[in-house]
Design a protein around this ligand. Sequence first.
Ligand SMILES: Cc1cc2nc3c(=O)[nH]c(=O)nc-3n(C[C@H](O)[C@H](O)[C@H](O)COP(=O)(O)OP(=O)(O)OC[C@H]3O[C@@H](n4cnc5c(N)ncnc54)[C@H](O)[C@@H]3O)c2cc1C
Length: 566
Amino acid sequence: MSGRLLSAGLRLPRQVAADGRLDLMKMKCVSLSSHHAQRRTLQRIYEQKIQHRHFHASVSQAAQSRFSPPKSKKDDQHYSQEELKTARGQDEPRPSRKEKKREREKQKREEDETSRSQKREEPENESEEPENESMGPGTMAAGIVIVAVFGYLFWQVLEGLPEPLNGQTFSPFEIIDRQQVSPTAFIITVKPVLSRWHMFWWPATVAELNRLEVGLEREGTWAVEIKQPELQVARDYTPLPNHKGFSAVHEDTSAWTIARRIVLGSLTPQLIPAVKLLIRKTDGGEVSSWLSRRKVGDIIELRGPHQSFDVVERAGRKEGDKRVVFLAGGTGIAPALQAAESILQCHSHVMKQMPQVDIIWANRSREDCRPDNPIIEELERFKRESRGKINYVCTVDEEGSFITADDIITKTQIAAPPPTQPSPTPTTSPQKSWFWSSTSSRQAAPAPEAQRSHLSSAARQEDPDCYFHSPKILITSAGEDHEKVEGKNQRRWECTCGTKLGGVDLEKPRYKNLLMVSGPEGFINYFAGPKYWADGKERQGPVGGVIGELAKKYPNLASDWLVLKL
Ligand SMILES: Cc1cc2nc3c(=O)[nH]c(=O)nc-3n(C[C@H](O)[C@H](O)[C@H](O)COP(=O)(O)OP(=O)(O)OC[C@H]3O[C@@H](n4cnc5c(N)ncnc54)[C@H](O)[C@@H]3O)c2cc1C
């Protein structure tokens, strides 16, 4: 439209030239001058605009350059030329359709060229990528190392957790049952209290509990220490044997255990082994009195186990003719039950190889050994299951029945003295009858077994250093049996006694009959002589008391019987 007007304006002077050319020329000049002024103004405005745009572009470029690689200089130049073109384009008359089309095609070509040039630049970028990627694997490796280190430390912490029952530290146990069996004696059942850490490492805990369960079924006699936390003193107590009949195994039916069992299935044990202890409250006793005041739900601390004599190993596994006699006073019945249980378990398949076991249990009152007493029930079970090979008798102080030397002679079936020795004088005193009278008949006609026993004992030259039999060695702590079990003392666990009779090798006297005395200190002192302490250990000490006296008269008692004080 402006083009038409402009052309119309230029044509006008030719059409009206005759009458007023100057005016028209003036008009033309005015219109042209205003047009030029307008054009200059527009030029200035566009230049300002371009400057303004350049400023914004440089600011945004500076900002971008912080986070992204800078644009190539070429692009920058291209941009400014574009801007100038645009500015010029706006200043010029509006382009025709053809021009627009050409412009679009040109733009398209430029875009294509730009994309092609970007593609050409890509390999350069790719060459940078490996640099970035090399950081990835490094970081991953560092992460793996950190995770491994933390995993190892965590595992070490879990591995270092004390076992539910161990010989170094006191572990918490919860009292889950308490039963008064007589005015002074009671049985408590305790189960291990597992820490939260143990829960994390449940397979290890299962292994520990299984070990504890196996530990509770260990052969021979053993004890645990119980701590009195207020006075910080500890005393030994003997767990009752662990087997299903005596239910020393506690089924854990807590919600937490059931939930774990659902999640982990067979990994969780259905049974938590429990420890049963028979305790007699001693007047003025520091630990037993404190224990007598504990209720169900209270926590006590246990340390152990402390292994004592391996009864099965000492009596022999295949020696059907061996005998084990237990003199138990009061709570001393607990180790007798342990020994009986070990023997029964070991020989349950071949009964004829089982040694004859006789338990004489001394009690203060009849109430201590009522038929409904769990200890008596247990003894009855032994008698039943061993088909009479395990027997027991009870004596009651109140009723005037005591364990006598006669009882020992009867149960041990010790041989009569050899014929060369003077015959003992018969006596009518019941208290002294054990010394000579009861053996007079046997002296006249000794039993074949006694003859054999006597012969072999005379032939045997006991090695003063025999770990198994020497009185010198035996006075050391019974705990050394445990060392043998652990394999530390294998070499010493061999009988080295002389076994020759007239140049003929006799059976090695490795296994002996066992005469075991367990109970309060006074009881042991009376029957077997006192134990004593030396080099930080409680030692057996020489055999004294009633048994020591018997041994003087009956050499077979000394040679064929091993006296053990518990
Ligand atoms: C291997 C082994 C296994 C054992 N197993 C069992 C078991 O299964 N069950 C069981 O009940 N016992 C068992 N005992 C015994 C138990 O260890 C304790 O000796 C018993 O419970 C008494 O301990 P206490 O702390 O109560 O008494 P303690 O404080 O040791 O007192 C013992 C006696 O000394 C007296 N006494 C203490 N202090 C004094 C003082 N200042 N003056 C005078 N007299 C004092 C007390 O009156 C008491 O009669 C076992 C012992 C051993 C070695």
